[in-house]
Design a protein around this ligand. Structure first.
Ligand code: BGC
Length: 373
């Protein structure tokens, strides 16, 4: 079968021919890959700035945002049948008996750093015709979500963040009542999303649908399909070319939550300075090397202490975040049905072909479709 791999030694990214994988353990599932999303991490891997080869290999098959169909299952597989649609998680646990996180199935919180990530760190990914995976790393997708389920993995970033924020919000002003339904968690609170790429837009969808008054801030100026999407989900877009962070704080009032989705350290640092009292700042971007800048850490520290602020970094996601992402994809589809706003995020490219897949409209996030005719 064909696969797409990076060869850091020779600085190449190419299509390779390799043997079809086989089920070798009873808990394994054979997958036919349907869609693969491309994100900033893939771009960094393909420019040899990120990613780690599997031990002993000279290449890494990329692709970690996958949607696949089950084509065969080992004898011990209980939850999946042939024909089921599934989305795999990315991270696999480390082997250390003392890693409480990995031993509890929460490898997204791995203590040792010896986890692997499919398509990113020491394990081949899914940009191939087929793949084999253990049942426990797969999440079942309803057939109705076939078109948009490739967005599950990037959506888990916001789901995991919101899960942690909710927990904090229950202990902090305005002392969210634990009985408050999920969809009203953010009522009366403001959220500022930094970045208008797919992670930012999915984050804005999660926050807007959780009731936050949501703003998205980025460089882009209208007209732009991304800005249209922000409006379509009931959020407000502000361009950094038209308003500074200080203007933004004046417009929003107390900024209760900042959701950073650009991976730009300078931008994040500036935003931290306008975080409101009792505010939570969530970092999701993984910045590459960036120029040093002067900062005033004393001012940041003073603000953080005197305003009870929280700075939270969050990476990857566990099974609970995948489950809520799949529930939310379905909810988003119903909540914003006009032209299916969620689908507008996707820009399809057929594998091995530059044609747009199935004549679908150009979107925002590139997805490689392996089942294109
Ligand atoms: C992936 C995560 C991964 C992170 C760091 C992101 O693009 O979505 O699953 O943990 O990169 O490698």
């Amino acid at each position: 079968m064909k696969a797409v791999a990076v060869f850091p030694g020779s600085r190449e990214v190419k299509v390779i021919e390799q043997e079809d994988p086989r089920i070798s353990q009873p808990d394994q599932v054979m997958l036919r890959i349907l869609d693969i999303g491309i994100c900033g991490t893939d771009k960094e891997i393909c420019t040899f700035e990120y990613g780690t080869l599997p031990p002993g290999d000279d290449h890494l098959v990329i692709g970690h945002e996958a949607l696949a169909e089950v084509v065969a299952a080992g004898s011990a597989v209980e939850r999946f049948r042939v024909g089921d649609l599934v989305v795999p998680s990315v991270r696999r646990p480390c082997v250390h008996p003392g890693c409480l996180a990995c031993r509890a199935g929460h490898q997204d919180y791995c203590y040792t750093g010896d986890f692997t990530e499919r398509g990113i760190k020491e394990a081949h990914g899914y940009m191939a015709g087929s793949a084999v995976e253990q049942e426990r790393h797969l999440n079942l997708v309803l057939p109705d979500l076939r078109e948009i389920a490739v967005l599950t993995e990037p959506l888990t970033i916001a789901e995991k963040a919101l899960g942690q924020i909710t927990w904090m919000m229950q202990q902090r002003p305005p002392w969210l009542d634990p009985q408050t339904p999920g969809e009203e968690r953010g009522r009366g609170l403001s959220a500022l999303v930094l970045g208008i790429g797919p992670v930012g837009l999915l984050g804005a969808m999660v926050l807007a649908s959780a009731g936050f008054t949501t703003y998205v801030y980025s460089r882009e100026l209208p007209p732009s399909p991304r800005i249209d999407l922000v409006a379509a989900i009931g959020a407000t877009y502000v361009s950094s070319q038209a308003a500074t962070f200080t203007d933004l704080a004046g417009k929003i009032g107390n900024i209760d939550l900042v959701y950073e989705a650009v991976g730009h350290s300078h931008f994040a640092l500036e935003a931290l300075q306008v975080l409101g009292t009792n505010g939570i700042f969530v970092l999701t971007g993984v910045p590459g090397m960036q120029a040093f800048i002067e900062a005033d850490p004393a001012r940041l520290m003073r603000d953080m202490v005197l305003k009870n602020q929280v700075l939270l970094g969050t990476v990857n996601a566990g099974a609970d975040a995948f489950a809520s992402a799949l529930r939310n994809l379905d909810a988003f589809r119903r909540r914003w049905p006009a032209e299916n706003q969620v689908r507008r995020l996707l820009r399809w490219v057929a594998a091995g072909d530059e044609r747009r897949h199935h004549g679908r409209p150009a979107g925002i996030k590139t997805v490689i479709a392996f089942d294109a005719p």
